[in-house]
Design a protein around this ligand. Sequence first.
Ligand SMILES: [Zn+2]
Length: 456
Amino acid sequence: MTVADDVRSLALVGGTLIDGNGGTALSDATLIVRGNRIVWVGPAREAQVPDDATTVDTRGKWILPGLIDSHVHIGTSGGGNANPAEFAQATLASNLKSYLVFGVTSIMDMGGQPHLDAIASKIAYQELLGPRLFGVRYGVTAPESHPIGLLREFGALEKMGSHFLQVDDAETARALVRRIATEHPAGLKIYHSRTEFPGTMCLDCNRDKLRPEVLAALLDEGHAQGLRVFAHIAYPSEAREVVLAGADVLAHPITHAESGVDEVTELMVERGVMMHSTLTRVEAYFGLMVNPFAREMLRGKVADTVLDGLALPRSVVLARHTRSGVTEDARRILETTMANVRRANEAGVTIVMGTDSGGAGGFHGACVPREMELLNECGLTPMAVIVAATRNAARSLGMSDELGTLEATKLADVAILDADPLQRTSHIRQVSAILKDGMLIDVAQISVNEGVSRVG
Ligand SMILES: [Zn+2]
C-alpha cells in the first residue's frame, strides 16, 4: 500500500452549504474531503463519494467555512488577570479549545506573543487541541507609547515586553522591520495611537505617536519585506495618517469621534484598506457589569479558571471596569464605534471579523458569536457577517488560497451548525461539530476544563 492509499476520505452529505463567498446557499449539498483537503463541493445528486469514504449525514444542518478570528491576544486569558493560573499552560490549552467549541478553526495573534512557535508546533503535533495559529510576533510603537502603559498595568511587561519594540528614528525602524521579517510573521503590527481607557484613566494616552518619518519608514520597509501592515488606531486623524502612509489593515474601527470619519472611510475604499471589527473589546468594558449572568452561561465553554478569575479581589475587571464613569463612557464609545462600522460597511470597506479577545473580560472563543451579532446590529446582513468571519478574514491574513471558503483544493476547515445562521446571526452559536484540518470533532466532546488536550 502506498502512503497515498492510506489517506482517508470523508463526505458531509445533505446539509445546506454556505461557501463563504457570499452567494446563495446550496441546499442538499455534499462536501468531500480527502486527508486535510477539500476535494469536491456541490449538489448531493452530482456527488461521486468514494466507496471508502466515511459518510456523515448533515441533513438539517448548515455547513460553512471554519470561522477565523483575525484579532486575538492569546498571551492573556480574558479573565481578570488576578490569578497566576490564568497565565498557566493549562489555561492557554483551555482557551485554544474554547475557539473550537465556537466553530473557530483559525486565529491571528495581534500582540507580541513570545511563545508563538512553541504553541503553534504543539497544535500541529496535536499535543494541544486548537485552531490554526497565525501571529504578528512583534508590536512596534513609539517610546513609552501604547500599549506599553497597558502592559505595565497588567504586570505583563516583563513577560511580553521583549516583543514590543519602541522606536524613535527611521533608520532603527527599518532595521527592526528587517529583523522581524527574518522570523516570517503573518504581518507587521504597528501602534499609532493615544488610546485611552474609558472613564478617566490615562495609561499611555499622553504619549507621543510614531513620528511621521518613523511611520513612513515602518510601512515602506514592511512592504519591502513582503509584510502586510496592521495598524492600531483610535482617532480619525490616526487612521488617516496610517492609511496615507500605506497601512493594509486597520486593527480596529475608529472608536473615538465620528467627525472626520467619512474622509478616512473614502480613502480606505480607494486604497482597499481592510478593517478589523473588535466591537466586543469595547463591550467587554461594561458587558459583564450589565449582565453578570453571562458568565454562568459560558460554563463548560470557557475555562473555570478564566470565569472565576473575574471575581477575585485583584481582578483587573473589578478594579477598572467598576470605576465611576467607565460604563457610561464605554457605552458611548461602543455607540460611536458601531456608527463608524456601519458607515464603513455602507461605503464598501472590507470588514474583517476580529474580537481582540484576551483583554480583561474578552473571552477567547466566546467573543466570536457576540462579535458577529454586533456586526449584524451594525447593518451587515447575516451573510455579510459570515463573509467577514471567513473569506474576508482569510484575505486579511494573505491566506485566501488555503482558507476562508469551501472550495476544492482548500484546507478542510469547516463549521457545522444545528440552526440557520442566515435566518438569524445568533444561530452561529449552535455549533455541533467542526472539521479542523480534515479531522471531525464533535464540539460537545471537548472538555475545556481539562488541562490535557483530550477529545471524547
Ligand atoms: Zn489587540
